[in-house]
Design a protein around this ligand. Structure first.
Ligand code: HEC
Length: 285
């Protein structure tokens, strides 16, 4: 038998006491035989408890249901989703996903962002090792500012992607991070993309990793200029190959083994990335 709550036992005992005390009157009133009146006084001990137990709602007694409002009845009768609307309804999750995407990437309609993401996901196949959102995998996490911590300047990152980790196996690269300085090959092998991406796509993928995956601030005029440059070159279909030697001139020897940091000596061919106006000349002079 299920356990009976104390308050019900008390109620049962009280009923029993009352029954005993009023034995005579209840016998006399037995002429009006309702089921309760007849049973309650006669029963003593466990059966009374059983009666009390029976009164315990095994399943909660349905609370008196208020009459259903007419509009609910109408709603229930209505067909839920009309057939013609089903495709629309099915598309809602897709819409939600793409909408969530636009929240992260407000300029998702911008061909620059589309091309950059495509390079990361498709042309470079970076996502396979670094995760679709840059969360990491076989390769390092790039998102949440991680790649910015390794490479304060995009051009050092370009060199690293172009020649891979094999070219500098065992050497330190990048800036000092909170978790130490990176050593090429410590985690595995980052493939060289020098011959698999052209210069425009190298810049695009670096832009994607920094601005989109790692939330780099793009608001400076220099950064905007770099973005405009990439947009123009991409739309013009420029397929200039990666010139690693040139990139090493632009890169910072502090972060990039083999870099010279001398900058570009060709005004028409500045170092890639957000460059302060006349930076190369200042560096040279
Ligand atoms: C085959 C797997 C693989 C692919 C594909 C790959 N990577 Fe990597 N990547 C790695 C590994 C492994 C490392 C770490 C290598 C090491 O230990 O030196 C790495 C390191 C990096 C780093 C250095 C990050 C840091 O903080 O030190 C960058 C940047 C990077 N990859 C960018 C890219 C880009 C951009 C692409 C696509 C164009 C790409 N990776 C494709 C495996 C890959």
């Amino acid at each position: 038998m299920t356990e009976i709550p104390e308050h019900l036992l008390k109620r049962s005992r009280a009923a029993k006491g009352k029954g005993d005390g009023d034995a005579a009157p209840s016998e006399s009133t037995a002429v009006t035989p309702t089921a309760d009146a007849a049973a309650a006084p006669a029963e003593t001990g466990p059966p009374a408890i059983a009666a009390a137990a029976a009164a315990i709602p095994a399943d909660k007694p349905a609370p008196e249901a208020p009459p259903e409002p007419h509009y609910i009845t109408a709603a229930k009768k209505r067909k839920k989703i009309p057939g013609w609307a089903l495709p629309l309804v099915a598309a809602v999750p897709l819409w939600a996903i793409s909408f969530a995407g636009t929240m992260q990437q407000p300029e998702v309609e911008d061909p620059l962002f589309i091309a950059a993401e495509e390079t990361y996901l498709v042309d470079g196949g970076c996502a396979g090792c670094h995760g679709g959102a840059g969360g990491g995998g076989v390769g390092y996490k790039l998102s949440d500012g991680s790649v910015l911590e390794t490479f304060p300047d995009p051009v050092d990152q370009m060199v690293h992607i172009a020649r891979g980790s094999g070219a500098i196996q065992g050497e330190d690269y990048g800036a000092e991070r909170a978790d130490g300085t990176r050593e090429a090959g410590a985690l595995g092998s980052m493939p060289a993309f020098e011959n698999n991406l052209d210069q425009v796509h190298l810049e695009l993928v670096v832009f994607h990793e920094r601005a989109i995956l790692s939330g780099e601030d793009t608001s400076s005029p220099e950064y905007q200029e770099w973005m405009n440059h990439m947009r123009e070159e991409y739309e013009a279909g420029n397929t200039d190959p990666i010139d690693l030697e040139f990139l090493l001139k632009c890169a910072n020897p502090e972060y990039t083994p083999g870099a010279t940091g001398e900058g570009s000596d060709d005004e028409d061919h500045p170092c890639p990335g957000p460059q302060a106006e006349g930076e190369d000349e200042v560096a040279a002079g």
